[in-house]
Design a protein around this ligand. Structure first.
Ligand code: NAD
Ligand code: UDP
Length: 313
């Protein structure tokens, strides 16, 4: 049995990770400041004696004895990370410093939840890990993009300078149950809008693309990365190469729900990346990992979750 710290553990991805790690017989400490996370995501774990929930902000040091750290604390939806951009930078950068400092002191292995956003609005397609990216350092998304880029730098520096055992994964758009209904990201927005019969808000012409990964596939990739040999630090892309336009996503959601919602077009937010698709050759080779759940199947599971949630509220 390992003792594992999950920062951002009450969020969308973190709650699935806590569940998986507990299920595999580990002891889990879930740390969260509940900025975008919710207790309802982990309430079913609270009776488990091997699960602890701690309210704490990663910009402040945290001391605990653990074997592994998954550093997920950071708002991921553009609406939320742009709400207080200075805080977003602090969370990424000071959170990374605090978790790396802790890992160094207690000799724990530490995994960083980085993002495809480090590639910015990419000029290389699909994106490979060797691509350095195309990021506007002063744009509306920069608090998140640059914060995550500095976090990667810090992870590499602590590894090279102090021998800290690190793992960096670059996560591409992920969706599934436990997303917040007001999270603002495209999959949850479209599903909630379609279930309520409201207009579906497509930003721009809807011809921008994203590659959507179901959360279970991400958790498989994340835990495989943590378990693999210390020599492989990453960064490694973890995403589903299936690429869709946002308009295609809207139409799929409407069809799967059988909704009467209409598509409306709203202005495209600034610096919104035009295209995004992971090259996952490295993950296939080093982790023997690839996503298994196609978009339609994952959407059905996610729709069931939101349908139930809306009925309860
Ligand atoms: P989320 O917003 O649902 O979860 C983030 C969690 O971190 C929340 O529980 C939030 O309350 C917590 N948090 C935020 N700031 C904190 C702070 N200062 N101290 C402590 N806790 C804090 O987002 P998510 O989709 O679950 O993302 C989890 C991680 O994965 C993030 O680091 C995100 O950048 C990364 N990621 C996610 C995606 C995706 O598509 N879901 C893509 C790329 C990267
Ligand atoms: N988007 C949209 N309607 C929405 C929410 C998002 O058209 O209600 C678009 C957004 O402009 C972007 C894509 O969907 O092009 C993915 O947005 P999201 O916020 O989910 O993630 P990110 O832009 O960080 O990939």
């Amino acid at each position: 049995m390992k003792r594992i710290l999950v920062t951002g553990g009450a969020g969308f991805v973190g709650s699935h990770l806590c569940e998986r790690l507990l299920g595999e017989g580990n002891e889990v400490i879930c740390l969260d400041n509940f900025f975008t996370g919710q207790k309802r995501n982990v309430v079913h774990l609270l009776d488990n004696p091997f699960f602890e929930l701690v309210r704490h902000d990663v910009i402040n040091p945290f001391v605990v004895e653990v074997d592994e750290i998954y550093n997920l604390a950071c708002p991921a939806s553009p609406v939320h990370y742009q709400y207080n951009p200075i805080k977003t930078v602090k969370t990424s950068v000071m959170g990374a410093i605090n978790m790396l400092g802790l890992a160094k002191r207690i000799r724990a292995k530490v995994l960083q939840a980085s993002t495809s956003e480090v590639y910015g609005d990419p000029k290389v397609h699909p994106q490979t890990e060797s691509y350095w990216g195309h990021v506007n350092p002063i744009g509306t998304r920069s608090c998140y993009d640059e914060g995550k880029r500095v976090a990667e730098t810090l992870f590499m520096n602590y590894h090279q300078q102090n021998g800290v055992r690190i793992k960096i994964i670059r996560i591409f758009n992920t969706y599934g149950p436990h997303m917040h209904p007001n999270d603002g990201r495209v999959v949850s927005n479209f599903i909630v809008q379609a279930l309520k019969g409201n207009n579906i808000t497509v930003y721009g012409k809807g011809d921008q693309t994203r590659s959507f990964q179901y959360v279970d596939d991400l958790i498989n990739g994340m835990t495989k990365m943590m378990a693999t040999s210390d020599d492989f630090t990453g960064p490694v892309n973890i995403g589903n190469p299936g690429e869709f336009t946002i308009l295609e996503l809207a139409q799929k959601v409407i069809t799967l729900i059988g909704s009467k919602s209409k598509i409306v077009y709203e202005p495209l937010p600034s610096d919104d990346p035009l295209q995004r698709q992971p090259d996952i050759s490295l993950a296939r080779e080093k982790l023997n990992w690839e996503p298994k759940i196609p978009l339609d199947k994952g959407l059905v599971k996610t729709i069931e979750y939101f349908d139930q949630l809306l009925k309860e509220s």
